[in-house]
Design a protein around this ligand. Structure first.
Ligand SMILES: C[S@@+](CC[C@H](N)C(=O)[O-])C[C@H]1O[C@@H](n2cnc3c(N)ncnc32)[C@H](O)[C@@H]1O
Length: 437
């Protein structure tokens, strides 16, 4: 199972004078930086997604720790970067994510449609977008009144009416794969065709924005996706591999058969960082036809509104971090405690589906909240070691800087895109390799 790395390092090599795990002491390994890598090839950039993997990074982990034909699981698959890299390197892959946007993007990204069939279906569909065909007479999709209310605060009237017509046409498409392909294109134009401030990771409106028309923006997006789909089809046309994507909660991996996965690779959500439901608010309203997002938000790991689980966190480092934080800010201490509880519950589920001697690889950065070091990497390693895993290797890699917010507002401790008073949050991150059994 997989190629063993040449340098096998034991957990003892990462312990400090107090006998606690400490990865900061490691030298940076620049061979994992992928600074100038092209991250947009094939279908990797069909949809925006925050904190995406660098494809080359996911690929290297997959190639070093699994064999062709084996099963790779990304339990926080997001936009499906690792899933696509698994197929490209002749592995099978399973992806899980709670976000409906992640579910559709991952499916479409990894399963290309036969180009001639796609061309035919698009020709037929695009005719309906023309005024000659009577696009303006298409019945606007009957979204619930409350959902419309929320959307109209974000989308100018003309654009909203066009989106409602376009949505009617999309949900009417019979071929499931093509319908999902169009839904991904529709989801990706939500931010363009609304007052959404493009640079913002939080829902923020920019009323000075010149909002483009829906049909040409959608058409351009579909054309780009067709081109990328066809390139991927060429690469995968003789492939026997498969990708399965589940929309679900990693704390309950019941759709995956136990002891079947060879390699687990992921980059987890961070605590009090992105609120994924907020980031994809407009898309989620369309895809799920819900408008009250509070309850959904609570289910996301790392959300400030996540519910405490009150389980015993099996990491001394985690306990110390929470204790230290509670002296500074009780609310943040509670959010961090809940985050560690949720991650532990996820790890227990991952353990059920992973084969004996299989590897878990986690790409994770440490951070600071209210002046307290949040040593995610050490906490996660400790949790897995506690479950009987062997810490086989830790890589400390420099971060090229564009995939994660790197600045925190010194006053609020929150991520900001403002350039003043820079405080680097993730100058580097860690890649952990933990072997089961
Ligand atoms: C750092 S992102 C992963 C990005 C991914 N590696 C990529 O390349 O796009 C973390 C993901 O965790 C997901 N997530 C948060 N809570 C979850 C949960 N309880 N179950 C499953 N996924 C969850 C978020 O929706 C988000 O997509």
């Amino acid at each position: 199972m997989g190629i063993k790395p040449k340098t096998e390092i034991k957990a003892e090599m990462y312990t400090n004078d107090e006998g606690s795990l400490d990865f900061e002491v490691l030298e940076l390994d620049t061979s994992w930086a992928f600074e100038k890598a092209d991250t947009r090839y094939l279908t990797h950039d069909i949809h925006r997604y925050p904190a995406k993997f660098i494809p080359q990074l996911a690929r290297r982990i997959i190639e070093e720790y699994s064999e062709k034909g084996e099963i790779v699981l990304d339990p926080f698959c997001g936009s499906g970067t690792a899933l696509l890299e698994a197929r490209l390197t002749e592995r099978n892959a399973i992806g899980v994510d709670l976000n409906p946007v992640a579910y559709y993007v991952s499916k479409v990204k990894t399963n290309p449609i036969e180009p001639r069939k796609l061309k035919r279906m698009w020709e037929e569909f695009s005719k309906k977008l023309s005024p000659l065909f009577g696009f303006t007479k298409v019945e606007p999709y009957p979204l619930p009144e409350k959902a419309l209310e929320v959307l109209s605060a974000w989308i100018p009237e003309k654009q909203l009416q066009d989106m409602l017509r376009l949505f009617t046409l999309i949900v009417d498409v019979e071929d499931e794969q093509f319908r999902e392909f169009l839904l991904v294109a529709f989801s990706n134009i939500q931010k363009n065709c609304s007052w959404w401030l493009m640079k913002s990771v939080k829902p923020t409106r920019d009323f000075n924005k010149k909002v483009p028309d829906v049909v040409p923006t959608f058409t351009k997006q579909v054309r780009k996706m067709i081109k990328k789909n066809n390139q991927l089809w060429e690469v995968l046309k003789n492939s026997k591999t498969w990708v399965k994507v589940f929309r679900g909660d990693t704390r309950k991996l019941s759709s995956i058969v136990t002891d079947t996965v060879d390699l687990i690779v992921f980059s987890p959500p961070y605590v009090t960082s992105y609120e994924y439901v907020d980031v994809h608010k407009l898309s989620i309203i369309w895809l799920e036809q819900v408008w009250e997002l509070k309850e959904l938000k609570r289910q996301f790991i790392g959300s400030v509104s996540a519910r405490p689980k009150e389980i015993d966190v099996k990491s001394q480092i985690a306990k110390e971090i929470v204790e230290h934080l509670s002296k500074k800010d009780k609310r943040i201490a509670k959010a961090v405690k809940t985050y560690f509880e949720d991650m532990q519950l996820s790890f227990m589920e991952m353990d059920k589906v992973l084969k004996n001697r299989g590897v878990v690889s986690i790409v994770i950065g440490n951070t600071k909240l209210k002046g307290v070091e949040i040593k995610n990497a050490e906490v996660f390693a400790e949790m897995f070691i506690g479950m009987g895993y062997e810490l086989e290797r830790v890589v400390k890699r420099p971060i090229p800087g564009k995939n994660l917010p790197t600045v925190r507002d010194p006053k609020t401790g929150k991520f900001t895109s403002r350039k003043e008073q820079h405080v680097k949050v993730y100058p580097h991150e860690f890649i952990l390799f933990l072997r089961k059994g």
